[in-house]
Design a protein around this ligand. Structure first.
Ligand code: UFG
Length: 336
């Protein structure tokens, strides 16, 4: 298939491009380079040995988007392009609503005009809000606790409402748990803007001396060691989940929703220990207060994806720590 990937130079988008090309698909990328750079394209081309058509456009720009569908006969769209920082979304709600919602609507309008009926949407476990019971199945109640999460939930609603009007729609909503790690080659990975919010990029920056120490946000949670428990998933497994769901969309109409996670949780201290063991580097840390909005435990029930897509995460926490560190070293060496 020819697959149009919005946000294809971002963290999850770029790994998905590799997975798609490895599976024999042709890929067209659009990216506004808000959270990425054109050097990712060069590295993707090096990694895959393919020349990949790229458009630097804003996803809310109807005419530019439409032009891409005129240039290429698109069979399916994977929509990653969106703002994603929880804290920033609370400070700049209009920017988040405009980009994430208007981008989604514009994309669906263009797909409708051009007669494209397959879509994979990049959602998040954040749509389960502060649900206190894990494992979380796809049928759990939905409730977003911040602006970023609300945009994901609203996009899911937009997709479901629009699909109800298109009998040919084959749409998938993928809810990611905590993506970490990087491609085994070490030449693509996550590049946080400024001080990382997320645990793994913070750990890798402490490991190579960019940050002095990690602050563990609370050790008084109701978990085995008191620190927060999350369902970390290797980004290459996550990327392969997109390729797997496309197979289903090739054959079936409807709206399908899947959790993409490993189905087990690791605490912050377990992640630190795994990183130290795997890479032989000590991670300095201090216990600090809880971070507002955090919950004790969050992990997926990923069994629906395994049953219906034949997909499950293959890589373990050691792989995640090894590949995150390999990528951090590459990024530092190349001043990325
Ligand atoms: N943590 C620390 N110190 C840090 C960073 C994180 O102790 O410096 C802890 C957190 O308290 C949490 C765990 O590490 O217990 C994971 O935190 P992350 O920020 O890496 O991930 P979250 O689970 O908080 O957030 C992720 C995604 C969000 C998404 C959210 C809810 O990054 O985009 O899951 O699904 F909204």
């Amino acid at each position: 298939m020819k697959v149009f990937v919005t946000g294809g130079l971002g963290y999850i988008g770029s790994h998905t491009v590799v997975s798609l090309i490895e599976a024999g698909h042709d890929v067209v990328i659009a990216d506004a380079l808000y959270n990425s750079s054109e050097s990712v394209l060069q590295r993707l081309e090096k990694l895959t040995g393919k020349s990949i058509p790229f458009y630097r456009i804003d996803i809310t720009d109807h005419d530019s988007l439409s032009g891409i569908f005129d240039d290429h006969s698109i069979d399916a769209v994977i929509h990653f392009a969106a703002y994603k920082a929880v804290g920033e979304s609370q400070v700049k709600p209009l920017m988040y609503y405009r980009n994430n919602l208007f981008g989604m609507i514009t994309l669906l309008e263009v797909m409708k005009e051009k007669g494209v009926h397959r879509l994979v949407f990049s959602s998040s476990a954040t749509v389960y809000g502060d649900l206190t019971e894990s494992p979380i199945p796809e049928t759990a109640p939905l409730k977003a606790a911040n602006v970023y999460g609300k945009t994901k939930l609203m996009c899911e609603d937009i997709i479901r409402d629009y699909a109800a009007t298109d009998s040919e729609a084959s749409f998938a909503i993928l809810r990611y748990f905590n993506p970490v790690g990087a491609h085994e080659s070490g030449i693509i990975g996550e590049l946080p803007n400024g001080i990382p919010n997320n645990l793994m990029p913070y750990i890798t920056q402490v490991a190579n001396g960019i940050r002095d120490h990690l602050t563990v946000f609370g050790n008084d949670y109701d978990t085995p060691d008191g620190t927060g428990v999350r369902d970390y998933i290797h980004v290459v497994d996550l990327a392969d989940g997109h390729t797997a769901v496309l197979k289903k969309l090739e054959k079936e109409n409807g709206v399908f929703t899947y959790n993409l996670g490993c189905g087990r949780g690791y605490s912050v201290l377990e992640v630190i220990n795994a990183f130290e063991r795997q890479n032989g580097i000590e991670i300095r840390y201090e216990i600090g207060p809880r971070r507002s909005g955090d919950i004790a435990t969050c992990f997926s029930d990923p069994s629906k994806a395994e049953r219906e897509l034949g997909w499950k995460a293959e890589r373990n926490i050691d792989d995640m720590c090894r590949d995150s560190w390999r990528w951090q070293q590459y990024a530092s060496e190349h001043n990325l």
